[in-house]
Design a protein around this ligand. Structure first.
Ligand code: ADP
Ligand code: MG
Length: 262
């Protein structure tokens, strides 16, 4: 059984005149156990919309999403979200921000304090546990964001452009760390679904890439990436894989995808 099974999901927004605007027309794909899935597509194709539906923040118009065979409705505690802009609470310390991810846990407060500290340590933030987010660089803030998302031991990690507000060097460093943490099973999530418009980033991280068309959006193609981790951006196989995904994108999306990795 797939961990996540997306079946014919559709979604409309309503414009200011009250008319429906079709964003997602027909989205189907699966995320298997131990699979890192990326969704690529140009801006406006409905990637964030899809992820918000998967996170249970909105209901689809049609179709459904199954988690371990069970239909998702509303917030599911086994699914956890990493935001593009980190979404940390500036008035809370990093430890307290990570503890937000543990708010449903029945552990004692002391234990939560230690869990949060351990997690921040895993992300190289041992010395910043009781600092405030404002004392951190963008890359460090996103580490706190990811630590918070995985604090509750979620089965599925949903990430919306988690590296796109970081400078390229920082983003690259964090991607490498994420690959290490996931593939060495330091983070025990079963599946990850990441949205990105950066094709190289998708190739670097993913076992499978789901390519969105422009809206009204359908899945143009689903492509497996069978290169061993960690992946070398400059290898021939990496370039071949990148080209084969780019070939499915429209000219506009291609430009955006290449711009993103400059
Ligand atoms: P992506 O993440 O791929 O850039 P989004 O999911 O953010 O795309 O948006 C998809 C489309 O839906 C865009 O055309 C956007 O303008 C529209 N849209 C997004 N949010 C809303 C909203 N709250 N109300 C109306 N239209 C929206
Ligand atoms: Mg988006």
């Amino acid at each position: 059984m797939s961990v996540i099974s997306v079946e014919h999901v559709s979604f409309d927004y309503t414009d200011t005149g009250g008319k429906p605007v079709e964003v997602l027309k027909d989205i189907s794909f699966t995320a298997e156990k131990d699979e890192f899935v990326s969704i690529v597509g140009q801006s406006g194709s409905g990637k964030s919309t899809f992820l918000r539906i998967a996170a249970g923040l909105m209901e689809p118009k049609g179709g459904r999403i199954l988690y371990n065979g069970r239909e998702l409705h509303g917030i599911e505690p086994h699914l956890s979200f990493v935001f593009q802009d980190f979404a940390l609470m500036p008035w809370l310390t990093n430890r307290e921000n990570v503890k937000i991810g543990l708010s449903a846990s029945k552990e004692s407060d002391d234990r939560k304090d230690r869990l949060a500290e351990d997690l921040l340590g895993k992300f190289g933030l041992k010395d910043f546990v009781d600092a405030y987010p404002n004392a951190l660089s963008g890359g460090m803030k996103q580490r706190v964001g990811i630590a918070r998302a995985i604090a509750s031991n979620p089965s599925v990690l949903l990430m919306d452009e988690p590296f796109s507000s970081l400078d390229e060097l920082t983003a690259e460093e964090l991607r490498k760390d994420i690959v290490k943490l996931l593939k060495n099973r330091t983070i025990a999530v079963q599946s990850a679904i990441m949205v990105t418009h950066n094709v190289e980033e998708a190739i670097e991280l993913s076992d499978k890439i789901v390519i969105f068309s422009s809206k009204p959006t359908v899945v143009t193609a689903t492509q497996s990436v069978r290169l061993k981790y960690p992946r070398d951006k400059y290898s021939k196989e990496f370039k071949v894989a990148t080209e084969s995904v780019l070939a499915y994108l429209s000219e506009d999306a291609k430009k955006e995808a290449m711009q993103a990795s400059k």
